[in-house]
Design a protein around this ligand. Structure first.
Ligand SMILES: [Zn+2]
Ligand SMILES: [Zn+2]
Length: 181
């Protein structure tokens, strides 16, 4: 009797363990396929220059940010920031938890990594045509939002996927460089 109870409870535990394992695998699969379908979808032309700057700023902060952080960083009225942040939330790129702050979603991080790569690749190109790193940074921020991802990937490939730009490290995503880390 005792043996069969033990047997029964351990088989329940075992089953629970497998269900949990399968659940984790499924979640991983869903998150990978969600990200890879998102990677295939975006053109890089989705956001206004202002939203691009906010997204890059949120990405560069290591913890969640507050509306007031963004408003003081960009010297913009907090009510204007609140409106822009709620528009960004509806794109699924950021999540805004009241009283806790703003952070990037998984898709938002993927997108922000692209934004940073685009900025740095374009800056690097301009430094090869006579601009200093600082001048290139400023010049690129005025037009980067109009350069499609497809174009950035081609430029990146023709430059041999450089790892260092004028204003920081360049990371390559799998769609640009399947063999890069
Ligand atoms: Zn820069
Ligand atoms: Zn690349």
């Amino acid at each position: 009797m005792a043996f069969s109870v033990l047997n029964c409870s351990s088989s329940i535990l075992l089953r629970a363990y497998f269900v949990q394992e399968i659940w984790v695998l499924l979640q991983n699969y869903l998150s990978i396929s969600r990200i890879s379908s998102f990677m295939n979808e975006f053109t890089g032309l989705e956001l206004s220059p202002k939203k691009i700057e906010y997204l890059k700023y949120i990405q560069e902060q290591k913890s969640t940010v507050k509306t007031t952080d963004i408003s003081s960083q960009f010297k913009v009225d907090p009510s204007t920031i609140t409106k822009t942040i709620s528009e960004l939330s509806s794109t699924g790129l950021i999540q805004h938890v009241p009283y806790r702050g703003i952070s990037l979603t998984e898709q938002g991080r993927t997108y922000a990594e692209f934004l940073i790569r685009r900025h740095r690749i374009l800056s690097l190109v301009l430094t090869r045509y006579g601009l200093s790193a600082d001048e290139a940074c400023v010049a690129v921020s005025k037009f980067e939002g109009y350069v499609p991802r497809e174009v950035v990937d081609k430029m990146c490939t023709s430059l041999g996927h450089p790892t260092m730009g004028g204003c920081g490290k360049i990371q390559h995503d799998k769609s640009c460089c399947p063999v890069c880390d």
